[in-house]
Design a protein. Structure first.
Length: 70
């Protein structure tokens, strides 16, 4: 059995992160889980949130429609 962990994720900075350097969200695909992981780039060893593919699509749709705009 080949055990995989989120530390094998290829992280990339979200296109929705602000340019000020204070809102750095990184995401990575967990293909083996059919999921997406998200973390704070300022704390790469900190907590990682994991979303199922459907949950991630719903979240992105809400972001695009401005549901989380401040």
């Amino acid at each position: 059995m080949n055990e995989r962990t989120p530390c094998t994720v290829q992280w990339r900075t979200s296109s929705y992160s602000g340019g000020s350097g204070t809102e750095c969200v990184q995401v990575g695909t967990l293909e083996w889980m059919r999921a997406v992981a998200a973390r704070d780039s300022k704390d790469p060893s900190g907590p990682v949130l994991t979303f199922g593919a459907g949950e991630w699509r719903t979240f992105l749709a809400e972001v695009k429609r401005g549901a989380y705009d401040a």
